[in-house]
Ligand binder design. Sequence first.
Ligand SMILES: Nc1ncnc2c1ncn2[C@@H]1O[C@H](COP(=O)(O)OS(=O)(=O)O)[C@@H](OP(=O)(O)O)[C@H]1O
Ligand SMILES: [Mg+2]
Ligand SMILES: [Mg+2]
Ligand SMILES: [Mg+2]
Length: 363
Amino acid sequence: MSDYRKEQEVAIEAVRRASLITQKVLQTSISSLTKSDKSPVTVGDFSAQAIINAILAKHFSDDKIVGEEDADDLRSKDADKVALKEKVIGLVNEGLMAEGADQLEKPLSETEILEAIDKGNCQGGVKGRMWTLDPIDGTKGFLRGGQYAVCLALIVDGEVRLGVMGCPNLPIDKSAKKPQEGNLDEVKQRDDLGVIFVASEGKGAFQRPLHATSSTQLTPIKTREITPEILSKASFCESVEAGHSSQGTNAKIAEFLGISSPSVRMDSQAKYASVARGDGDIYLRLPVGDGSYQEKIWDHAAGCLIVTEAGGKVSDAKGRPLDFSIGRTLKNNKGVVAAHASVHAKVIEAVRKALEEEGRGHL
Ligand SMILES: Nc1ncnc2c1ncn2[C@@H]1O[C@H](COP(=O)(O)OS(=O)(=O)O)[C@@H](OP(=O)(O)O)[C@H]1O
Ligand SMILES: [Mg+2]
Ligand SMILES: [Mg+2]
Ligand SMILES: [Mg+2]
């Protein structure tokens, strides 16, 4: 097994710088536009993607990047988009020139920034080294002051080897109260928020405060011990957006497992982070409708490794491992189930029953 020490160090620094810039956006104003698929993208998403891609390109110039965003909208002559691009240029240079490792001496040009964003155009695949980046996962959450995550993972020959995730709105201390969902003022004011989660294949999972310097010690994290006997006491989390996973199916699964407490609804891969550090036990993401939506690799790669390395198990709805080797999507998988390894099989059995009852057993 390779040691990805250098990659880990660079990825943490890239995610740290990008996460701090998204926090700055949150503290000031969030300009956004709507993409052709009707989903939102903000000045924070573009800036974070440019910062991370520029740092990756500097250290690993031969690596490919599968990133969510592209710079097409920023090349538009439309006045709103030109104004948004100007903000992105300012934020990217602020993020890259801030003190610390990888500090840039001289600002990047507009062309360099747009090119950095477009470095995320790789189509994925089974061979070689590629990073996958979700510069802001849970953009809708970001806009409403909810949870969001800056997610970066290294995939080598189709397997996730390294995952780094910045969660600027999660408390450093898992037992501290999470900010109230959508309370933008609360997340602006609290100074105990901001965590980076890290996992490297075979080396365990860790967290560290976002605001610390990069030499800060990583603290190990573990999923909560939950045996089949106490499964009914488990807490499960799901998406805030009803269109992103079937909340009705999730509720039925919880009922089959004897879980009576309501789900914790949270945007983004912060759900994986919560399960990984034992602040939640099960993450359910069951497909909606006919299950035709294909999950994107950047929505799961970092979170999947972080949960696995913390002692959990991640699979699709049928219990199959997620296959990151076939392009930009997880087209061989339907849905996602993450849980403590000792109860994962029981959860999958409940998923099968629930989908069959709905006449969706084929999914
Ligand atoms: N129909 C459908 N089904 C499943 N997933 C979808 C769907 N549409 C979008 N997306 C992706 O959901 C990502 C955000 O997931 P979340 O779990 O954070 O959703 S939620 O905001 O809590 O509802 C979101 O990631 P970001 O775009 O990075 O926010 C999307 O990639
Ligand atoms: Mg996403
Ligand atoms: Mg995103
Ligand atoms: Mg998006």
